[in-house]
Design a protein around this ligand. Structure first.
Ligand SMILES: NC(=O)c1ccc[n+]([C@@H]2O[C@H](COP(=O)([O-])OP(=O)(O)OC[C@H]3O[C@@H](n4cnc5c(N)ncnc54)[C@H](OP(=O)(O)O)[C@@H]3O)[C@@H](O)[C@H]2O)c1
Length: 245
């Protein structure tokens, strides 16, 4: 792998997704080797040419198969990397699965990835992609929230019961579990807290957030746009990082 100018390898989980595919593109442009994880595809039917045709991909992109349901499946992709960007997460706003299942998978997957990073002896920093939904669903009743605020899982469970409950609970508890592990094991972890990410996409599937942003223009009603409650939610939000960058 690599060649002159190679800055070392970085693992990106969820490489087929909206955010993950952009990260792969930008990392390749900046001279990194990328270990991208995509979900197993036993019949090899999935077209990954949007990744493999990126500039620099021939020389510096390796695709690995991994699934959060099998946390150890990320080990091979993490091996030899200096950094890991953990992005993969099911974006299910329709609560198709019970919250407990979604949350356990997300926690087990993240902890499996962090354990592999700890064992690796090469990973210097892990970036976890959290979400605004791990911050603003609480009763703090302030106009502006930052990274010191956390979603109140009990409040979401007992009072909110909205379209976003499973997602918000899983993002909150996974981020907390990840920091607990990182603190106990001396792992350098940074959590990015994006609000709604919109804009051009290089993956084939239009992501939920972009669909939601376009819905009012096309007159489409989406559950994701029905605000959970007007008693929660910041009027202003700045995306910040939890941890030392
Ligand atoms: N988009 C936003 O507005 C937004 C806002 C805040 C935070 N985020 C966070 O950003 C991250 C990426 O979101 P996105 O918008 O890029 O979503 P996305 O396009 O749906 O990408 C999600 C990625 O996760 C993968 N994935 C889902 N379930 C998996 C599993 N069981 N095992 C392994 N991989 C799995 C998906 O694989 P498949 O392609 O096979 O489904 C896909 O590659 C998520 O952690 C999300 O919580 C996004």
């Amino acid at each position: 792998m690599g060649g002159s100018g190679d800055k070392g390898a970085v693992c990106v989980t969820g490489g087929t997704g909206y955010v993950g595919s952009w990260l792969i593109k930008v990392l390749l442009e900046h001279g990194y080797s990328v270990h991208a994880t995509v979900r197993p595809d036993p019949d090899n039917k999935r077209d990954l040419s949007f990744l493999t045709s990126l500039p620099g991909a021939d020389e510096r992109l390796q695709i690995f198969r991994a699934d959060l349901n099998h946390p150890e499946s990320f080990d091979a992709a993490i091996h030899g990397c200096k950094g890991v960007l953990h992005v993969a997460a099911p974006m299910d706003f329709e609560d198709n699965e019970p919250e407990a299942v979604v949350t356990q998978r997300a926690i087990d997957g993240a902890l499996g990835i962090l354990k592999a990073c700890s064992r690796s002896e090469t990973v210097k920093r892990v970036i976890y992609t959290s979400s605004i939904s791990a911050v603003y669903l609480n009763k703090s009743n302030v106009e502006m929230m930052d990274e010191s605020h956390w979603t109140d899982v009990d409040y979401v469970r007992s009072e909110l019961n909205s379209y976003i409950s499973s997602y918000a609970i899983s993002k909150t508890l996974t981020e907390k579990a990840a920091f607990e592990f990182a603190n106990e094991h001396g792992l350098d972890l940074v959590s990015i807290i994006p609000p709604m990410v919109v804009g051009p996409f290089i993956c084939p599937k239009m992501q939920g957030s972009t669909r939601a942003a376009l819905a009012p223009i096309f007159g489409v009603t989406l559950r994701v746009l029905s605000a959970p409650s007007n008693e929660v939610g910041p009027s202003t939000y700045t995306s910040r990082e939890r941890g030392q960058v």
